[in-house]
Every structure is written in structure tokens, then in C-alpha cells.
Design a binder for this molecule. Structure first.
Ligand SMILES: CC(C)(COP(=O)(O)OP(=O)(O)OC[C@H]1O[C@@H](n2cnc3c(N)ncnc32)[C@H](O)[C@@H]1OP(=O)(O)O)[C@@H](O)C(=O)NCCC(=O)NCCS
Length: 140
């Protein structure tokens, strides 16, 4: 495993192996999704960022934004063998650095709340959401 200093960050979708990304999600509690829908979601995102150790995909994050006022962050993941070494923080800082907006929202799943609080996020009052689980998967 490389030193964290040698980790490479890439903020576009060129040459991403989408199956590697699906595998990363499986390892980090963000799994259960299939390749092509994941690829389209990242390609349709406003900003993306990936982390690599050599050619190994070890981190990912993406956001949707109007590039003026609002952004929403999704799919932040660091490979379990690389967690706790500052890679998630660097991924998030790269992502936020590309978003010159007033407000950034995200859903802090599980115990990730403390991780986001260290990056300046805090619980946000009146946020509401609606989910349609049928749209989690491609339909043939
Ligand atoms: C959350 C996640 C992206 C953090 O990535 P990471 O590379 O481990 O984070 P960092 O090493 O930059 O951690 C920064 C700080 O946050 C803390 N932290 C990181 N993950 C944490 C967690 N799950 N719970 C509590 N604190 C956490 C670290 O202790 C660290 O503090 P330190 O600087 O005092 O050591 C990573 O743990 C992960 O992929 N988790 C599984 C998927 C997930 O939960 N994603 C978020 C969904 S909303």
C-alpha cells in the first residue's frame, strides 16, 4: 500500500473502470447498484473526484450543482484498507473546491457524521426527502 502522499486524485470520469467503482461501493456499504446506472450517474454529475493508489481505485465522491448557490454531495467512499489516512478528507476538499456555491448539502449515513463535521458540515434544519426504491435499478 502506498504512502498517502502518493495517492493520486482525478476529477473527471476518463478511463474509470466502472466495475471497480461498483466493487468499491460494495466494500463500503454503498453497494447494491449495477454498473451502467452508476456510470451514468457519475457522468451526469457536475463534479466528480476519484482517488487511486497506482492503478487501484481507492476512493470516490461526486456532487450535483447549479455552480452558483447549491450543491449536493453523494457517494463518498474510501476503500476500507485506506480509511483513516486522510484520503476521504482530501477527496471532499477537492470536490468542494470545485463548487463555488453558497450551500452544500449531503446525507451523512451511519457514523460518517463526525467525518463531515470536521469538514464544516452540521445538521441542517428543515431538509426533507422523497425516495422511490423502484428507481434504484435499471429496468429492462
Ligand atoms: C466516511 C469515509 C469516506 C471517510 O474516509 P476516510 O479516508 O477514512 O476519512 P479521513 O481519514 O479523511 O478521516 C478524517 C477524520 O474523520 C474521522 N472519521 C472518518 N470516518 C469516520 C467515521 N466513519 N466515523 C467517525 N469518524 C470518522 C477520522 O477519525 C479522521 O479524524 P482524524 O483526522 O482525527 O484522524 C470512509 O470512512 C468511508 O468510505 N466509509 C464508508 C462509506 C461511507 O460511510 N460513506 C459516507 C456515506 S454518507
Amino acid at each position: 500500500m502506498s504512502d498517502p502522499e502518493t495517492v493520486r486524485f482525478q476529477c473527471d470520469t476518463s478511463s474509470i473502470d466502472w466495475q471497480d467503482l461498483v466493487s468499491l461501493f460494495e466494500l463500503t456499504r454503498l453497494g447494491g447498484r449495477e454498473g451502467d446506472k452508476v456510470r451514468r450517474a457519475f457522468e451526469n454529475s457536475t463534479v466528480v473526484c476519484f482517488a487511486f493508489d497506482g492503478s487501484k481505485l481507492i476512493g470516490a465522491a461526486r456532487a450535483l450543482s447549479d455552480r452558483e448557490y447549491h450543491a449536493t454531495v453523494y457517494d463518498v467512499a474510501v476503500h476500507p484498507e485506506y480509511q483513516g489516512r486522510g484520503i476521504g478528507t482530501r477527496l471532499m476538499k477537492q470536490l468542494i473546491g470545485m463548487l463555488p456555491v453558497w450551500r452544500v448539502l449531503l446525507v451523512a449515513d451511519g457514523d460518517a457524521m463526525e467525518f463531515y463535521q470536521r469538514l464544516g458540515f452540521e445538521p441542517f434544519g428543515d431538509v426533507m426527502g422523497r425516495v422511490d426504491n423502484a428507481k434504484l435499478f435499471d429496468t429492462d
